[in-house]
Structure formats: structure tokens, C-alpha cells
Design a protein around this ligand. Structure first.
Ligand code: CTP
Length: 396
């Protein structure tokens, strides 16, 4: 990505020290950072350190005649490509949600015509307070993007949600917001990873999926500018930064999570969903009680892909995967018809291929036009090629 200009509003919270690192990270990526400090922010970081790291003048006062002569606050807020607020305190969020404009930061946030990304940071009780949650809902409805907050230990000694997202997470969210790729404005749902189907509270049935292909696809879609909702089972590979992550365990939870996602343009079903679950999973650990071996009764799991394909809110483009160990093209072609999806990414997951859990993939793309054989390549490359094909399909 070529360097962009980011107007960085620093609020008055203890996490402001992490914003110093964010400035470094943004500049390492070639972006220009124009800092604005609220009055409270100066209690936590000094204008001198911010200015030194940003290599820019720091803006602080609404009624600074020098600033107005050089670059007025309206112009300042529009010259940027993106506005980032980090830390976004409860007070700043409240001001933004209610349209206050009584200092330079809030006035610029009102005057800007650019996208705004906030990284909330506050005590867990303040975060959970009905007023903050109401303000968050308003801001989300207004199109304000958020990164974090994360769960963890806080400077105030409590534990919970409210910790500002890490600088690298904010950077990823900022770059995703800045992205002007061909999938900008498109919402893509990706399912990924295995599912875990409980036998009892300590045991479960799973499969060998690592979630690597699904994560790579989400990453490639983000890079093309898409908004990605990532519904993931317990995978080995971490979800890429910048997705809206919905973690699930079982197939039933995955179906509920998928059904709750609205306004999807493209659905990609890369998860290796367990076909069966234990019909009456035990609430207590099953003991060796001398009465012989336990017998597990199975029930069939819902087919998430087929359910979505048959639903009224079916996305325009639905892409399934087919994990096969024999007759890959024949089986996947039949699967495409049976499930009602547009494309199937078919792969041979026989152990000797090393694909399941490995770094590479060897796929055949099945569509109404027939089968397209792709050479064996890294899962990242498969993902990029798929993302490009999706962009072509939607653009045409
Ligand atoms: N899938 C799903 N829900 C299920 C099972 C599978 O959404 N309960 C999706 C997978 O995410 C994948 C596609 O269906 O996109 C095919 O999965 P696969 O495991 O290859 O097929 P199965 O439905 O299990 O069919 P078969 O048992 O015939 O291989």
C-alpha cells in the first residue's frame, strides 16, 4: 500500500503510551501521521514525544490563530485519508455519538468527510456501562469503525474488556479501512477451521483441519478491500487481524453464527464441519464404571452451506469447499449441485497429499462452466487467486 495520511486523535487515557508505538508502526509502513492531542491526552503523553515520533507538528487548540492561518481545523480533518482515534476514551466516544464540538479533536471529528476508526480504551465497568454501549451502537450505526477493545489485565488492576487493541491490530484495521481494492464495499462471510463436537465436558470429536486455508482467504479478501466476517471453529492458525471474528465450537453454533450475519455479498464455506455430533453428549465426565464400553449415538449436523444456499437471504455468490479422498472432480461436481452453491473449491485431502494441516493446496475449481485445474501452490496463493476471481465475478 502506498503511504497515506492519517489524522491521529490521541485521547486522554493511560493507553496513550501505546499510541506512541502505533505512530512508529504507521510510519514504518510509509504513512504520514498528523497528531491531534486532546487536553487530557497531554496528562499521559507529551506533545514533544508525539511530535518527535510523528515528525510533524502536534495540533492541540481549537482557537490557535497560527494553526488557523496555516491549516484550519476543517481542512486538517479533510486532508487526511483516514482519521484514527486511539485511545478513544468513554468521554470521547460520548462526544462523538452526541455530536459535541467543543475542542479541536471533537470539532475535527464532526467536520471530517473521511472514515473514522476508533480504538476504545477504558475500565471494564465503564466499557460495559449502558451509556458506553449505547454510544458504541450509535457510532457503529453512523459507520464509525472500531478496533478492539481486547480482554485482559488493566492498568487500574481490574480484568475484562476495555484494554486498547495492540498497535499492530489498530494498524491492520487502519490499512483495511484505507484499502481501495476491487472488493471495497463488499461484505464477505468466511467459515473456517474444524468444529469440536462434545462427547462430555472434557472430550470431543474433531478433525484435522488447521484453518490455514480459511485464514488465508480472509486475509486475501481484506487485502482487496472487503469487509470480512470470519466465523471460525477452534483452529490452529490465528484469525487475521482486521476481520470481524465470531469464534464457535460446534456445527450448531456455527450455523447460528452464520444465520446472524446480515447483508452478505459473498459466502465462502471453508470450514471442515463435523458431519455428526454425539446425540446426547453427557453433562458430566463419562466414567469407567465397570459396565463395559460407552456407546455413542450420533445425530447428523445441519449442513450449513446447503442451508444458506436454500435460504431467502442467499448471498449473490456462494462458494463451498469439497474435501475428498477419491474421484475428486466427480464427487465435487455432484456436491456443487446437491448443496446448491455456485463454485466448489475441491481438494484431495488423502494423507499422502499433505494438504490437510499443510502449507500448500492443490485445487480444482468447479463452477457451472466445468472444472478448472489449478497448479499446486501455497494456501496464500490459492487465497489470492480466489479473491481475484471473486472480484472479477462481482465486477462483471
Ligand atoms: N459443510 C457445511 N456444513 C456441514 C458439512 C459441510 O457447511 N455440516 C460445507 C463445508 O464447509 C464445505 C462443503 O460443505 O464447504 C463440503 O464439505 P465436505 O466435508 O467436503 O462435504 P460433506 O457435506 O461432508 O459431504 P461428504 O460427506 O459427501 O463428503
Amino acid at each position: 500500500m502506498t503511504g497515506k495520511t492519517i489524522l491521529l486523535v490521541i485521547g486522554g487515557g493511560i493507553a496513550a503510551f501505546k499510541t506512541l508505538d502505533l505512530i512508529r508502526r504507521l510510519r514504518e509502513r510509509g504513512h504520514r501521521v498528523v497528531p491531534v492531542l486532546t487536553k487530557a491526552a497531554t496528562e499521559f503523553v507529551t506533545p514533544l514525544s508525539v511530535s518527535a515520533l510523528a515528525g510533524e507538528k502536534v495540533y492541540q487548540d481549537l482557537f490557535d490563530l497560527n494553526d488557523e492561518a496555516e491549516m484550519g481545523h476543517i481542512e486538517l480533518s479533510r486532508a487526511a485519508d483516514l482519521v484514527v482515534v486511539a485511545p478513544a476514551t468513554a468521554d470521547l466516544m460520548a462526544k462523538m455519538a452526541n455530536g459535541h464540538a467543543n475542542d479541536l479533536a471533537s470539532t475535527m471529528l464532526m467536520a471530517t468527510d473521511k472514515r473514522v476508526l476508533i480504538a476504545p480504551s477504558m475500565n471494564v465497568r465503564m466499557w460495559e456501562h449502558a451509556a458506553t454501549q449505547r454510544n458504541l451502537a450509535t457510532l457503529t450505526k453512523d459507520g464509525i469503525l472500531t478496533s478492539g477493545p481486547n480482554e485482559g489485565d488493566m492498568a487500574c488492576g481490574e480484568f475484562g474488556f476495555g484494554r486498547m487493541a495492540e498497535p499492530m491490530e489498530i494498524l491492520a484495521a487502519a490499512e483495511s479501512a484505507l484499502n481501495d481494492g476491487p472488493l471495497k464495499g463488499r461484505h464477505v462471510l468466511v467459515t473456517s477451521g474444524p468444529t469440536h463436537e462434545p462427547i462430555d465436558p472434557v472430550r470431543y470429536i474433531a478433525n484435522r483441519s488447521s484453518g490455514a486455508q480459511g485464514a488465508a482467504i480472509a486475509q486475501a479478501l481484506l487485502a482487496q478491500g472487503a469487509k470480512v466476517t470470519f466465523v471460525s471453529g477452534p483452529a490452529d492458525v490465528a484469525a487475521p487481524m482486521g476481520v470481524d471474528l465470531v469464534p464457535v465450537q460446534t456445527a450448531a453454533e456455527m450455523l447460528d453464527a452464520v444465520n446472524a450475519v446480515k447483508d452478505v455479498d459473498v459466502g465462502i464455506f471453508a470450514a471442515a464441519v463435523a458431519d455428526w455430533r454425539v446425540a446426547s453428549a453427557s453433562d458430566q465426565k463419562i466414567k469407567k464404571d465397570g459396565n463395559g464400553l460407552p456407546v455413542l449415538d450420533f445425530a447428523e449436523n445441519p449442513d450449513i452451506l446447503a442451508t444458506v444456499c436454500a435460504s431467502k437471504s442467499r448471498p449473490k455468490l456462494v462458494i463451498g469447499f469439497a474435501a475428498e479422498t477419491q474421484n475428486v472432480v466427480e464427487n465435487a461436481t455432484a456436491k456443487r449441485k446437491r448443496k446448491g452453491c455456485d463454485w466448489i473449491v475441491a481438494n484431495d485431502v488423502s494423507p499422502e497429499t499433505g494438504i490437510m494441516g499443510g502449507a500448500e493446496n492443490d485445487v480444482v475449481l468447479i463452477s457451472a462452466n466445468g472444472a478448472e485445474d489449478w497448479p499446486r501452490m501455497g494456501k496464500g496463493q490459492v487465497a489470492e487467486r480466489l479473491a481475484m476471481k471473486i472480484a472479477e465475478e462481482l465486477g462483471g
